[in-house]
Design a protein around this ligand. Structure first.
Ligand code: AGP
Length: 604
């Protein structure tokens, strides 16, 4: 995730900005840059790679005002030109977020005569500020940002002024108030060394920093009073925003990450999904006879849901294969097959090798991945980025739900083009998709009741997760999450398959998590619950808030908000993640770095 910093004060800005950027390194980045007010103008330096690479190339810049950035690419390759700051005339900007109406603004600014040098969406922010600048940077930034749809935390520096201006919408921004110096940053870790007095900014708020004063404004230019908080955390806790583990932080980021995955990709007006990244023509999409999804681990579980979606919504026969098996399976593929490789890291050796293998059959290729510029992205014709932001915990959480959202979007996109879904149905589904972030937040707010259930069963040696249909992949994912971070043996099973063998293992000592949200298979799921209850198993159900029946059959119910059948898997995912997390926490496991596992598996 990009990190932004800004400094104004009496000290040299460059070393402070570099130090602050290093504090944000844990967020992940691929390039870095800074702009400092010096020699009567702004000096900009940037590079692809590490902050140390940037530092190594810097001249001795004398200047007391500056902004800096670590970029985690979302639009445009990770290279020096795309690194921030971006400049228009004497205004420089650094930005974290996504500009949804980039194309419209780009066309307008091009028409105004502005030249674009990068592939980034951020460059429009620099040109907009320049276009509206008439000696007052606050007014120019407000006017420019009012034109922008999307998300941003952005900081601006102007060659004429001893001032840094920053504003936010849906991306984090915090101001630090020091003694004769002031700061802004994406999070407090950046400047905790210099001050513990901070203001957490809200959406549509702007801050103007000079060494003598710090002022806050709304987007009408009215001054606003902010409350100053004192930070008690140490640096390590601050990196995790106060959460004890990255995994818990990342679980909590899902209301935002799911929103970011959808951002600018849904047209409620037409009921269409807008996926400009998919280069397949409408004709090619109509002619697809088969989709083959290849992936590993959690990404494979996402792929299993993809099968239901591509078949159920878009009418395309879909197979899902584990990457390491696919390679050696003599697959039957041709040019009417689309191979979708799912990998959050884009560096999983098995998935890369399987993708290369698939290409030898002449099929079409598409990657669903979270990291720009990875090996996988260089192997495929089409890439859809999940935009979940970097994930540090080894257990995939927010990247999984963003993969699910991406698969919904792809399935609706294909379904509309293949005329398998009418506009009313797609509008209804897209509206429901857009409600998911709020619903995820409701589940997160209810985490204490999930924690209690996790603690209650944390001494179990074996666990079962049961689901049917769309819930089956989430049963697998729940079991995988629990296994990898709590070391409790867990099985994810299609509930109807239980009686064909594993029922022999069910006893009072095997807690069963039943994914029982409303679905066409709901009654059958109730029967499966009764089967395991009859063998003495304690049953914890995940069910909708409107379900008045389920409580009669189970030991405890974790409720999720009511949505359409198709979308419950996203909500249930958050519940199983929290269950796994709190179980591992109760057992004192090293949650972010489980034994024997790595975040990115680059060996076959
Ligand atoms: C998930 O919690 C695991 N750490 C693991 O199964 C992971 O999903 C798998 O290694 C695939 O990784 P990828 O998505 O980066 O390809």
């Amino acid at each position: 995730m990009c990190g932004i910093v800004g400094y104004v004060g009496k000290k040299q800005a460059t070393p402070i900005i570099l130090d602050a950027l290093k504090r944000l390194e844990y967020r992940g980045y691929d390039s870095a840059g800074l702009a400092v007010l010096a020699n009567g103008g702004i000096e900009v330096h940037k590079t692809e790679g590490k902050i140390s690479d940037l530092e190594a190339t810097l001249p001795d810049i004398k200047g007391l005002y500056g902004i800096g950035h670590t970029r985690w690419a979302t639009q445009g390759a990770p290279n020096t030109i795309n690194a921030h700051p971006h400049v228009s005339g004497n205004i420089a900007v650094v930005h974290n977020g996504i500009i949804e109406n980039y194309q419209e603004l780009y066309d307008e600014l091009k028409g105004d005569g502005y030249e674009f040098v990068s592939e980034t969406d951020t460059e429009v922010l620099a040109h907009l500020a320049h276009k509206y600048y008439k000696g007052n940077l606050v007014a120019a930034v407000i006017e420019g940002l009012k034109r922008v749809k999307g998300t941003y935390a952005a900081a601006f520096l102007c060659g004429d002024l001893n001032q840094v201006v920053a504003a936010r919408k849906d991306s984090p921004l915090v101001a630090g108030i020091g003694n004769g110096e002031n700061f802004i940053a994406s999070d407090v870790t950046a400047f905790l060394k210099y001050t513990r007095n901070v203001v957490y900014m809200h959406d549509f708020e702007l801050v103007s920093l000079s060494s003598k004063k710090i002022e806050f404004f709304d987007f009408d230019g009215n001054p606003i009073e902010e409350s100053i908080e004192s930070i008690e955390w140490n640096i390590e806790a601050a990196e995790k925003s106060g959460y004890p583990h990255f995994m818990l932080k990342e679980i909590h980021e899902q209301a935002t990450s799911v929103h970011d995955t959808m951002l600018g990709r849904i047209s409620e007006l037409t009921g269409d999904v807008v996926l400009g990244e998919v280069k397949l023509s409408k004709e090619e999409i109509r002619k697809l006879e088969r989709v083959v999804i290849i992936a590993c681990g959690t990404s494979y579980n996402a792929g299993l849901l993809g099968k239901y979606l591509f078949e159920g919504l878009a009418g395309i026969h879909t197979d899902v294969d584990i990457s390491s098996e696919f390679r050696y399976s003599n697959p039957v593929l041709g040019d009417s097959t689309l191979v979708i490789s799912i990998s959050q890291s884009g560096e999983t050796a098995d998935t890369i090798a399987a993708t290369k293998e698939a290409k030898t059959y002449g099929c079409r290729t598409l990657a669903v991945t979270n990291v720009v510029g990875t090996t996988l992205s260089r192997e495929v014709e089409n890439i859809v980025y999940t935009r979940a932001g970097p994930e540090i915990g080894v257990a995939a959480t927010k990247t999984f739900t963003s993969q699910l959202i991406t698969l919904y979007l792809l399935a609706v996109h294909f379904a509309r083009i293949r005329k398998k879904m009418d506009v009313d149905m797609s509008k209804r589904l897209l509206v429901s998709l857009k409600q998911l972030p709020g619903m995820i937040q409701q589940i997160l707010n209810n985490r204490e009741s999930i924690r209690k259930q996790a603690v209650r069963f944390s001494t179990a040696r074996d666990y079962f997760f049961l689901g049917r249909s769309l819930n089956y992949p989430i049963a697998l994912e729940g079991a995988l999450k629990l296994k990898e971070i709590s070391y409790i043996h867990a099985e994810g099973y299609a509930a109807g398959e239980l009686k064909h063998g594993p029922l022999a293992l069910i006893s009072k000592d095997t807690p069963v998590v039943a994914l029982a949200t409303r679905a066409s298979t709901y009654d059958k799921m109730l029967n499966n619950i009764k089967e395991v209850k009859a063998r003495g198993a304690p049953v914890l159900a995940i069910a909708g808030m409107d379900d008045t029946e389920i409580g009669k059959y189970v030991d405890a119910v974790i409720r999720v908000p009511v949505t359409v059948e198709l979308l419950y898997p996203v909500l249930s995912s958050v519940v199983v993640q929290l269950l796994a997390y709190y179980t591992a926490d109760a057992l004192g496991c090293p949650i972010d770095k489980p034994r024997n596992l790595a975040k990115s598996v680059t060996v076959e």
